[in-house]
Write a protein that binds this ligand. Sequence first.
Ligand SMILES: CCCCC/C=C\C/C=C\C/C=C\C/C=C\CCCC(=O)SCCNC(=O)CCNC(=O)[C@H](O)C(C)(C)COP(=O)(O)OP(=O)(O)OC[C@H]1O[C@@H](n2cnc3c(N)ncnc32)[C@H](O)[C@@H]1OP(=O)(O)O
Length: 218
Amino acid sequence: MTETSKHEWDIPATDDSPHEGGFRADLQITTDRGGPRYGEMIEQVRSFMGKVRYASPTPELADEVIEDLRKLNAKLDTMLVDEWTTPSGTRIDLPSRGNITLPPYEVKDGGPDGVDAEVTFEDFHLGGNGVAHGGHVAVAFDDLGGMAAALRTGGVARTAYLTVNYRSLTPLNTPLVLKTWVDRHDGRKLFVKGTLHDGDRLCADLDSLFIELKPGQP
Ligand SMILES: CCCCC/C=C\C/C=C\C/C=C\C/C=C\CCCC(=O)SCCNC(=O)CCNC(=O)[C@H](O)C(C)(C)COP(=O)(O)OP(=O)(O)OC[C@H]1O[C@@H](n2cnc3c(N)ncnc32)[C@H](O)[C@@H]1OP(=O)(O)O
C-alpha cells in the first residue's frame, strides 16, 4: 500500500477508467510535494493577501511591491505544473489541503457520515464592517460539502446547488466550527447539510446537492 492509498478519498483506478469521474483516479495526494516549508510559503502568501486588503501604499511603496512581485512571479513561472501535480489542493497535511483559494480550515474528523473542521476567515476574507464576506463562507461550505460527498461515495462529486443561509455575522480571525454531512443519499444525488458556529452561535447553515460524477464525466 502506498502512502496515498490509505486515505478514504483515494479514488480507485481501473484499467478501463484511469480517470474516474473525469478526474485523475490517482489524485496523488501527498504530504511532501512542495517541500517541508510549502505550508509556511502558503501562510506568507495568505498573510500578504490580508495585508493587501488593508494596506494603503504610497505610490513609491506600490512601485517597490510591484517590482518584488514581478520577481516572485518570475520565480514561480519556472516551476508551473498541472493541477494534478501541484501541491496546492493535494497536501492533506496542510490547512485546506494547501489550496490558497480556500479559507484555511483544518479537518478534525471525517468519514462517510460527515466532516468536522475548524475554519478561520482571515483579513483577506473581509466583506465589510469587520466581518467575513458571504462568498467566502459559501466557498468554505462548498469545499467541505464536496468532501463530505466524496467521503461517502469514494469519488468526486460536483455541486448542483448550494444554499447558504446567513443566520448571524461571521467574525474574522476567530476559529469557527464548520461541519458538513450527507443528510440523504439517493443514487448519484447527495443532499449535504452543514453548519458554521462561533461557539454556540450559529453563523450560517448549508443546504446543498452534490451529484456523483459518472465515469469520464468532466
Ligand atoms: C475537486 C477536488 C480535487 C482535489 C482532490 C483532493 C482531494 C480529494 C478529497 C476530497 C474532495 C474534497 C473536496 C471537494 C472539493 C471541492 C468540491 C467543490 C465542488 C464544486 O464546486 S463543482 C463546481 C460547481 N458545479 C458545477 O460546475 C456543476 C455544473 N453542472 C453540472 O456539471 C451538471 O449539471 C451536474 C453534474 C451537476 C448534473 O448533471 P448530470 O448530467 O450529471 O446529471 P443530471 O442533470 O441527470 O441530474 C442528476 C439528478 O440530479 C438532479 N439535479 C441536477 N441538478 C439539480 C439541481 N440544480 N437542483 C435539483 N436537482 C438537480 C436531476 O434532476 C437528476 O435527478 P433524477 O435522477 O432524480 O432525475
